[in-house]
Design a protein around this ligand. Structure first.
Ligand SMILES: Cc1cc2nc3c(=O)[nH]c(=O)nc-3n(C[C@H](O)[C@H](O)[C@H](O)COP(=O)(O)O)c2cc1C
Length: 186
């Protein structure tokens, strides 16, 4: 496939004082070094999706972005051993747009590095017919893993990001071609 896959990176945290942009900016920079992807960012802070799931202009724009995507990565924090409510609303605000597409997770937090949120998100995305790739990127004690320029020396995370992007590219390409040849039955 000559055209790059469209990868959308979704930023989950919407807290005013959030740490999310540091992690997300690093991951987006990393993804943009990969020629397999044309990488966009959907920041849920700028995407006011209603909690009651009514369709709004913001919802329609969000769903259009999802529909045009071949692969997703969610950058997520962990709150009280779970994922942020904002990202659940995002998953619940669309339906067919997610289906038969791969997703990877970049998490951060305290000692657990957000891994509990990621394992819970795997259950959610299975219900909406997505493939969650095996590799995930995790930052334990996240604020200590980045320098003032937003770079990280966390070798495990750097390696995991590389493997995760390779897995997203394989699934993204494979499922893109499969959907085109034979629409996903849902
Ligand atoms: C309500 C709340 C609950 C939290 N619960 C956890 C937790 O269960 N596990 C963890 O590792 N960190 C937890 N933290 C710490 C967050 O991982 C940390 O504040 C992180 O920066 C949050 O991401 P954000 O700043 O991008 O929103 C919690 C933070 C908040 C605000």
């Amino acid at each position: 496939m000559d055209t790059p896959l469209r990868l959308e990176v979704i930023i989950a945290s919407v807290r005013p004082e959030r740490f999310a942009p540091v992690v997300a900016d690093w991951f987006v920079r990393t993804a943009r070094t990969r020629p397999e992807f044309d990488t966009g960012v959907i920041d849920l802070l700028d995407t006011p999706l209603p909690l009651d799931l009514t369709g709004t202009a913001a919802t329609a724009g969000f769903r259009e972005r999802l529909a045009a995507a071949d692969a997703f990565a969610v950058v997520t924090s962990e709150y009280n051993h779970g994922y942020p409510a904002s990202v659940k609303t995002a998953f619940d605000s669309a339906k067919h747009e997610w289906r038969a597409k791969p997703i990877g997770f970049v998490s951060y937090g305290g000692l657990s590095g957000g891994l509990r949120a990621v394992e819970q998100l795997r259950q959610v995305v299975a219900e909406i017919h997505m493939v969650s790739v095996r590799e995930s990127v995790s930052f334990h004690r996240a604020r200590k893993q980045f320098d003032a320029e937003g770079n990280t020396g966390d070798g495990a995370a750097i390696d995991a990001a590389d493997r995760m992007l390779t897995q997203l590219a394989w699934w993204g390409r494979t499922l893109h071609d499969a959907r085109a040849a034979d629409p996903y039955p849902g």
